[in-house]
Ligand binder design. Structure first.
Ligand SMILES: NC(=O)c1ccc[n+]([C@@H]2O[C@H](COP(=O)([O-])OP(=O)(O)OC[C@H]3O[C@@H](n4cnc5c(N)ncnc54)[C@H](O)[C@@H]3O)[C@@H](O)[C@H]2O)c1
Length: 438
């Protein structure tokens, strides 16, 4: 099947590459010419484990191409995916649909023969209908079906998630489109991945409802962590204790510095706005977003408090900057709030991240210093903070760290070290929702 993927970012590049790996003929289009140029040279513009190999193999097999020319790619395609960004609109938190609408206009003008246009971007309920109107306005004769097929992959495990999804949601009531989508995903249904066909509006809602629910789960355990700290208790054991209940499940119950990333913050906000305007406000989600924002802001204070009165010119070593491990994505990372609040209090920040430092330089203030390794980051610092739980930080030589730090204080915002390992070596330890040994 011939596929055009419009938008070659985290979702478009992974989805397009995986479709080509199933044997489909895919052209990934992006209007960012430098991105396409890099891909043409075999360079992968994002960090995603396993992606470089998969791209190389499918390009070599002639099934995967990269282009800036949307018209040509769409003209030849039976299925066209829209995988462009839907960031928060400045000011009101609504999803900014300008990229989606612009792509729809271009697709309408280029489509040739029956074409299924699929939104993979996360878009508010009703966007499929808007796209249909745009297409009708732009190309009244075009034979196009608009389908919603939200993407649930996680950065850092994107290929595995795409190839072994829990479910594939397809929102359409058009029988021809249903047939095309079934054929497209046939290789996955052979793996027993359930295809869930729904109405288009429902499919659009499922994506937001999933992200809002997960954000709520994280926020729940974060608040439980705060309670554990006040009344005595270990949030990791609470999480295990409730997670073993199959009605609850163990995932997304890791207390930490608050959720960030390219999806949860913007999607919860967009869903909230949709619900408010529809007159059915989601009060739970409104609270989740407020609690999460104040949590991110509180993490800088936690670090300062761990140092007591920080000495003049104190330096904090920050390990991990990306919003989670195995990605270079810095969008809405809690590290941004933490670093800013430390700088606001006159503390110097030295940071290290295994892959995210290039992206971090684009979003963090210029005063941040970057180190070449975790140990170089710790050298002479008054406190070490673990912000992202990269595997590379899980087995640091604690004795060596102790000799490198000016003051042996560790704030482990991801609870990756047993407190006893640190306390037993004479560190001052602060975790999240765990007894600190004092
Ligand atoms: N990142 C994730 O983990 C994830 C997971 C599930 C869903 N999503 C959703 O998928 C969508 C894309 O997210 P992303 O993280 O891949 O975004 P991204 O910013 O990494 O990529 C979007 C790409 O689209 C390109 N683009 C924009 N307009 C275009 C046009 N008219 N023609 C061609 N290219 C165009 C941009 O240049 C950019 O490269 C969003 O709606 C997001 O919410 C993301």
């Amino acid at each position: 099947m011939r596929v055009a993927m419009i938008g070659t970012g985290y979702v478009g590049l992974v989805s397009g590459t995986c479709f080509s790996d199933f044997g489909h003929e895919v052209v990934c289009v992006d209007k960012d010419a430098s991105k396409i140029e890099r891909l043409g040279r075999g360079e992968i513009p994002i960090f995603e484990p396993g992606l470089d190999d998969l791209v190389r193999r499918n390009v070599a097999a002639g099934r995967l191409r990269f282009a800036t020319d949307l018209t040509q790619a769409v003209r030849q395609a039976e299925v066209v995916f829209i995988a462009v960004g839907t960031p928060s609109r400045r000011g009101d938190g609504h999803a900014d649909l300008s990229y989606v609408h612009a792509a729809a206009r271009e697709i309408a003008r280029a489509a040739n023969g029956f074409t299924v246009v699929v939104t993979k971007s996360t878009v508010p309920v009703g966007t499929g209908t808007d796209i249909e109107h745009i297409i009708r306005e732009e190309a009244p004769e075009a034979d196009i079906a608009v389908v919603s097929n939200p993407e649930f992959l996680r950065e850092g495990a994107a290929i595995e998630d795409f190839k072994r999804p829990d479910r594939i949601v397809i929102g359409t009531e058009d029988p021809r489109a249903r047939e095309v989508m079934t054929a497209l995903y046939r290789p996955l249904s052979l793996n027993a991945a359930p295809l869930l066909f729904t109405e288009r509006n429902t499919a659009e809602l499922i994506k937001y409802a999933s992200n809002a629910f997960l954000a709520m789960k994280i926020t729940f355990i974060n608040e439980m962590a705060d309670l554990c700290e006040k009344v005595g208790g270990n949030v990791q054991e609470v999480a295990r204790g409730i997670g073993l209940d199959r009605r609850i499940g163990p995932k997304f119950l890791h207390a930490g510095p608050g959720y960030g990333g390219s999806c949860f913050p913007k999607d919860t906000l967009a869903l909230m706005r949709t619900a408010q305007e529809a007159g059915a406000p989601l009060r739970l989600i409104e609270t989740v977003t407020t609690v999460n924002e104040s949590r991110k802001a509180a993490m800088g204070r936690r670090v300062i408090e761990a140092m007591g009165t920080p000495p003049r010119g104190a330096t904090v070593a920050v390990l991990g900057l990306t919003f989670k491990p195995n990605t270079d994505d810095m969008r809405d990372s809690p590290a941004i709030n933490i670093v800013q609040s430390l700088l606001d209090r006159g503390v110097q920040v030295r940071a290290y991240d295994p892959v995210g430092m290039d992206e971090a330089r684009k979003v963090l203030p210029a005063e941040v210093e970057y180190a070449a390794s975790a140990y170089a980051c710790a050298e002479g610092a008054d406190c070490l903070v673990i912000v992202t739980e990269w595997d590379a930080f899980r087995a640091l030589d604690l004795d060596r760290l102790k000799t490198l730090l000016r003051r042996p204080i560790v704030v482990d915002l991801r609870n990756i070290y047993p407190p006893a390992d640190l306390i037993g070596r004479g560190f001052k330890y602060v975790g999240v929702g765990r007894p600190n040994g004092e």
